[in-house]
Write a protein that binds this ligand. Structure first.
Ligand code: PXP
Length: 262
């Protein structure tokens, strides 16, 4: 088994999203299970970072959780948030390692689409400037779409996270052609984003079954995975679910390298 804490820097980073630990806690109110405890466990098991989304309605992660994570973690916190003044103030107060801008709708169950950067270029350029000045690495969560990638590059974001949800949904529903087409789009857009000098991340809906093709894309530097890992943790524990995911990511990377070398 890989010693995750000592993975070489060249390997693909795994960011563990702990929002759903808070979802379970909030189903009853009270204090457990504690997302910060899960984050520390993930960190110990070799997560390269922890991701948490403070939603406007605080339906899972709360302001207190963010404070606890900032205090407890030694790996980077990737703070997901909507591009609102309230969230910008919170991010500037904590100055997490990374801020990932996501679209947010109250009625959605999870982040459904990518951010419409192209439509809001001017506002978003001004929005990210103070975050970058404060030292946060800003990433923008977008669909694998050329127009959005170009807009993200134009506003000066250093990182884009490509939304893998459409690929994962098609796979889960057995729509083989759609999942192949969505995968092709992700591959093409990872190459395109990388060619513009953007660091490329990916995430949403990834499972043991869908992670390998994405992890094999050499342009992708980080995957953010939550719901599946936390769900699996119910059966096998968080450390084991993470280790299995990490192993699949590493296998995908090394198979790719072997194919490239052949
Ligand atoms: N990346 C972003 C930007 C997200 O909003 C989410 C979901 O909160 C994820 C990754 C993780 O998605 P999942 O929980 O489906 O693995």
């Amino acid at each position: 088994m890989t010693d995750l804490a000592n993975s070489p820097a060249s390997t693909l980073r795994l960011g563990v999203n702990i929002d759903h630990v808070a979802t379970v806690r909030n189903a009853r109110g009270g204090a457990y299970p504690d997302p910060a405890r899960a984050a520390l466990m993930a960190q110990k098991a070799g997560a390269d970072g922890i991701t948490a989304h403070l939603r406007e309605d605080r339906r899972h992660i709360t302001d207190t959780d963010i404070e606890a994570l900032m205090d407890a973690l030694s790996v980077p916190l990737n703070f997901e948030m909507a591009a609102t003044d309230e969230m910008q103030k919170i991010a500037l107060r904590h100055v997490p390692h990374a801020v990932c801008l996501v679209p947010e709708k109250r009625e959605e169950r999870t982040t459904e689409g990518g951010l419409e950067v192209a439509r809001e270029e001017n506002r978003l350029a001004h929005f990210i400037a103070p975050l970058q000045d404060a030292g946060c690495r800003v990433s923008i969560f977008i669909a694998a779409d050329r127009r959005q990638i170009e807009a993200a590059a134009r506003i000066g974001a250093p990182v884009v996270e490509l939304h893998t949800g459409a690929y994962c949904d098609a796979f889960a529903e057995g729509r083989t052609q759609d999942s192949a087409a969505e995968f092709q789009r992700l591959q093409d857009m990872a190459v395109f984003a990388n060619s513009l000098g953007l660091e490329v991340h990916a995430g949403h809906g990834l499972t043991y079954e869908t992670v390998k093709p994405i992890a094999a894309l050499p342009q992708i530097r980080e995957l953010n995975i939550g719901h599946f890992l936390i769900g699996e943790a119910i059966f096998v524990g968080l450390e084991a679910s993470m280790r299995q995911m990490r192993q699949l990511m590493d296998e995908a990377r090394s198979e790719k390298t072997e194919r490239g070398a052949a």
